[in-house]
Design a binder for this molecule. Structure first.
Ligand SMILES: C[S@@+](CC[C@H](N)C(=O)[O-])C[C@H]1O[C@@H](n2cnc3c(N)ncnc32)[C@H](O)[C@@H]1O
Length: 245
């Protein structure tokens, strides 16, 4: 089962990242998910449990799943069940959950992405929903997508998702009635993100300088501002909801 150095290092400061607690993002996910007090929820890639804790008051029960010991150890799990497991492997029996949520997880699944979608599909009850939240490039312009992909390459091995690619994975793996919602996170603090990223100082500086030196097109797409040396951007996030019929 995977875990690795990457998440051990990231776990230490994960909860200092401003975006994980962005109230607007959490509220938007809750609003489109239409949770009910009867719902049994699986929160995949639950990490330190920020999403699971937001969902808990609105449902019957939440199970958080993550393959990283270090991330799970940083979390608080009162009233939430938690299991160390890889989403691409089988654990529970099928047709069990009313909804499955995965916030900022799927871009980390480099191999077996279809298997992860299929596992979610199998685990859902009939009429159950998969709700995925992911960051995407701030424009569909190919130059901006290329800059975004290049910038993230310095941070981690990950996928660049677009709206059409995410919808494609939902439909390909059997989900119907796929709906897409957008959430713009205003004034995302790049400095806070880098300082708490687990990256060494040289990488942090390189990525920050990439932002400062980005083309006008990239800066405009991000509505980038620099205030007292702090780089602030508006990021685009999608929440995609698909139904198992
Ligand atoms: C960016 S964090 C997001 C945590 C949480 N969902 C949140 O929104 O704060 C991604 C998490 O996904 C977990 N993860 C990545 N791939 C996974 C997999 N295949 N199975 C289980 N967990 C996975 C990582 O360990 C990490 O905790």
């Amino acid at each position: 089962m995977a875990d690795g150095h990457f998440w051990n290092v990231r776990a230490r400061n994960y909860d200092k990242l401003f975006w994980t607690k962005d109230a607007g993002y959490l509220h938007k996910i809750l609003a489109v998910s239409e949770f009910s007090k009867k719902d049994l929820i699986l929160d995949i890639g639950t990490g330190t449990g920020a999403m699971a804790r937001s969902i808990r008051p609105h449902v019957r029960h939440v199970v958080g799943m993550d393959f990283s010991d270090s991330m799970l150890k940083q979390g608080k799990w009162e009233g939430i069940s938690m299991v160390k497991w890889d989403i691409t492997d089988s654990l529970f029996h099928n047709w069990l959950f009313d909804k499955i949520v995965g916030r900022m997880v799927f871009h980390h699944i480099l191999d077996n992405l279809d298997r992860a979608f299929l596992r979610c599909f199998d685990l859902l009850k009939s009429e159950g929903k998969l709700i995925i939240a992911e960051g995407i490039p701030p424009s569909e312009d190919q130059d901006v997508i290329d800059w975004y992909t290049g910038m993230f390459k310095h941070k981690e091995a990950r996928r660049t998702f677009t709206k059409s690619l995410l919808v494609h994975y939902f439909v390909k793996n059997g989900f119907r009635d796929v709906k897409v919602y957008k959430y713009k996170m205003k004034r995302f603090n790049i400095n806070n993100w880098l300082v708490n990223s687990g990256l060494d100082k040289a990488k942090q500086k390189l990525i920050l300088n990439m932002h400062f030196g980005a083309s006008r097109k990239v800066k405009a797409a991000y509505n980038m501002k620099v205030e007292d040396g702090v780089c602030l951007v508006d990021t685009d996030n999608l929440i995609i909801v698909g139904k198992k019929e």
